[in-house]
Design a protein around this ligand. Structure first.
Ligand code: C2E
Ligand code: MG
Ligand code: MG
Length: 306
């Protein structure tokens, strides 16, 4: 009885509130139930405003690219990952984990992907001026992008228009996104690779248990998920698993990049076990272009030893 009054007795409210609870259950999967609570209305409103604000946000350039450096085993900066944020007029800085899934559901991810690719192309001359040679900027793609037949042409044309060397660009895609669209992904990434761009498999080790697909795909780099890096400290077994992943990648002649490095011990372990590149808060959090350009493009490891 209390529950019903929580949910408001007005029939239309009651129905829409019940819907909100139902959506949560559906999102969790089969065979679960959810009790309505009033905060669901707020979070639903926020979601709607985010979904409905994307197009205008892109038009008005409310989105921002942050860059996080990638570092080789000598501490030289060799690349940066472009990570999008949204400076929302009402909500402040909104993170991609919140708005990317909403954009995907609402069919707006293509516009976001195009925006960030163009933005990175505009920023690249400045970055190249600052960075060492062979520098790569990585852009994340969504699984939905891979089903979009026009994306290749968009990238090809945009790189041309901004006179960007494809060798300065890398595209990251998660293991699950790649495999959900296996045929399309293979075709798309083969074309990207022929054009000269690099491809990295993001969040490796978190999605699929079958490894046989690794022999059939076109990628250059395997990104070891932050979860493995975090667990390096916890047990010998975690260290062995991470070592084995690096080994596997090396045998397949892939470059290995580990993400989420926060301590010197993590970096040292990964280097000693054959990992090529790393990124993480220990070197730098993702930062706006201006801040990136003010960083030194190398790190002296002495600064990390306590
Ligand atoms: P991701 O591609 O795996 O990016 C790595 C995430 O880990 C970033 O979160 C980064 O800030 C965070 N990270 C890096 N180093 C550390 C560390 O040392 N400690 C901790 N705790 N975190 C670290 P962020 O920027 O919030 O992005 C989250 C996810 O959103 C990304 O995961 C990516 O899947 C997605 N994303 C970001 N930008 C884009 C984009 O432009 N397009 C698409 N489709 N997805 C994007
Ligand atoms: Mg990534
Ligand atoms: Mg990742």
């Amino acid at each position: 009885r209390d529950r019903a009054s929580d949910a408001n007795f007005e029939l239309s409210d009651l129905m829409s509130n019940a819907d909100l609870a139902m959506y949560r259950s559906k999102a969790r999967g089969r065979g679960s139930y959810t009790l309505f609570t009033p905060d669901m209305v707020e979070s639903h409103k926020r979601k709607l405003q985010i979904a409905n604000g994307i197009e205008q946000g892109l038009r008005e350039d409310e989105f921002i690219v942050y860059y996080q450096v990638k570092v080789d085993n000598y501490g030289h900066v060799i690349g940066a990952e472009a990570l999008i944020r949204w400076q929302h007029p009402k909500f402040g800085l909104v993170m991609p984990n919140e708005f990317i899934p909403i954009a995907e559901q609402g069919g707006k991810i293509t516009a976001i992907t195009q925006w960030i690719i163009k933005r990175v192309c505009i920023d690249l001359p400045d970055i190249k001026h600052w960075a060492p040679q062979n520098f790569k900027v990585s852009v994340n793609l969504s699984g939905h992008d891979l089903r979009n037949a026009q994306l290749f042409d968009y990238i090809y044309n945009t790189l041309n228009v901004y006179d960007v060397n494809p060798e300065n660009m890398e595209f990251e895609v998660t293991e699950s996104a790649y495999l959900e669209n296996f045929q399309l992904s293979n075709k798309f990434f083969r074309r990207m690779s022929n054009m000269g761009c690099s491809i990295a498999l993001d969040d490796f080790g978190t999605g699929y248990s079958s490894l046989s697909y690794l022999t059939q795909i076109t990628i250059d780099t395997l990104k070891v998920d932050r979860q493995f890096v975090m667990e390096l400290q916890t047990s010998e077994r975690s260290r062995l698993v991470t070592g084995a992943i690096i080994d596997l990648a090396k045998r397949l002649s892939l470059t290995v990049c580990a993400e989420g490095i926060e301590t010197y011990e993590q970096w040292d372990y990964l280097r000693q076990h054959g990992c090529d590149n790393v990124q993480g808060f220990m070197f730098s959090k993702p930062v706006p272009l201006k801040t990136l350009l003010s960083l030194a493009p190398f790190y002296d490891e002495k600064q990390f030893k306590s």
